[in-house]
Design a protein around this ligand. Structure first.
Ligand SMILES: Nc1nc(=O)c2c([nH]1)NC[C@@H]1CN(c3ccc(C(=O)N[C@@H](CCC(=O)O)C(=O)O)cc3)C=[N+]21
Length: 331
């Protein structure tokens, strides 16, 4: 009984190795093709989430006369980051929240940046603080991230919230892994006992994603830069979450037929005709023929990241304001 699935996985692996050994072209043979996967509509899901958040923001205002405020800090002028930051501001307003942008020059010192965070920490109009990563060289992302008080750490990247996640305690969960989790819960449902592979072990995505999948009852493997054979780990996985920043790293023949593929990567590539296109960490055209469910890029995880940031900001405002109200009652 234990032998059968092993044997099947092994023989499938050999078949793929043989077909992949033809030197050129995609390693997916016709015999293994399936109907194209169902698309996971992150964009639509995020839009519905943002509507729900707007309703909750309005009810929160009616009760406390407070509008949740998010401060976004961008240091330097990376054009891609500027696009994301502007997108965040737009969605924040769409949800009825206030957005406070702080665009600082790349020459900003650590001391100046920490000074700004100190002011945002005590500003009663600010309930969430996000410092866009990566920071320019010379600024310490660990020191900066941990300067944000845990109550306003809506990215969930500081030691308190990361520790809470690792211990299975309630806290603020990083936006991108949270967005992936909500999509998986909606499209897959019960994940208990599933084999999940997370490719990428960053503090921003891979590690917190692994914690969340473990909480869902998955058997979790984390592949990273030193992993010897990520492809064969992927071929066993029911759920693959890819967050490496290496465009189109994951090929079609890495995907177990019917598996769920979540692509966190987003890179802009220039085509021969001079136009640009967004691609993920998964070769979509290949993987869509093998997977059961797959996120597109764009329109998959990206919009969910922003929706979860808004959710985290509203939750932070609730904790700050309701916590304050409670302590007021006690004095
Ligand atoms: N502290 C921190 N927290 C972050 O969450 C964070 C960060 N730093 N640094 C940069 C990355 C990148 N990121 C994205 C957010 C939304 C889209 C997004 O909305 N993407 C759209 C398309 C965007 C486009 O057209 O360029 C989509 O995928 O459909 C993408 C990427 C958050 N990040």
């Amino acid at each position: 009984m234990i032998v059968a699935p092993w044997f099947l996985a092994l023989s499938a692996g050999i078949a793929m190795f043989v077909s992949g050994g033809m030197m050129t072209g995609p390693a997916v043979s016709d015999a293994q093709e399936r109907p194209a996967a169902r698309l996971i509509d992150g964009k639509g899901f995020a839009a519905r989430m943002t509507q729900d958040i707007a309703t909750d923001v309005s009810a929160f205002y009616d009760r406390y006369h407070v509008t949740p405020g998010l401060a976004v800090v961008l240091v330097g002028n990376d054009p891609a980051s500027e696009v994301y930051v502007r997108n965040k501001a737009l969605q924040t307003h769409r949800a009825g929240m206030r957005s406070f942008m702080h665009m600082l020059p790349a020459t900003t010192s650590q001391k100046e940046l920490l000074g700004l965070i100190e002011r945002l920490n005590v500003d009663p109009e600010i309930h969430g603080i996000l410092v866009q990563l990566p920071l320019p060289a010379g600024l310490d992302p660990v020191a900066v991230t941990n300067a944000i008080i845990p109550e306003k750490d809506v990215d969930g990247l500081g030691v308190v919230n990361a520790g809470r996640l690792a211990l299975g305690l309630p806290g603020i969960v990083p936006c991108t892994p949270l967005g992936c989790l909500l999509l998986l819960r909606h499209y897959v449902g019960d994940m208990r006992g599933s084999d999940a592979l997370v490719i990428g072990a960053s503090n921003l995505v891979g590690r917190p994603m692994a914690e969340l999948l473990l909480r869902e009852g998955c058997t979790v493997t984390v592949a990273h830069i030193d992993t010897r054979d990520t492809a064969s780990l992927a071929r066993q996985a029911d759920i693959v979450v890819v967050a490496t920043g290496v465009r189109e790293l994951v090929r079609g023949d890495w995907i177990k037929p019917g598996a769920t593929v979540i692509d966190v990567g987003i890179s802009r590539v220039t085509l021969p005709n001079g136009k640009t296109r967004l691609v993920g960490d998964v070769n979509f055209d290949e993987a869509v023929r093998r997977a059961g469910l797959i996120t597109p890029v764009p329109g998959g995880v990206g919009p969910m990241t922003i929706a979860c940031l808004l959710r985290n900001t509203l939750d932070a405002a609730r904790m700050l304001v309701e916590g304050k109200a409670r302590s007021g009652e006690n004095t």
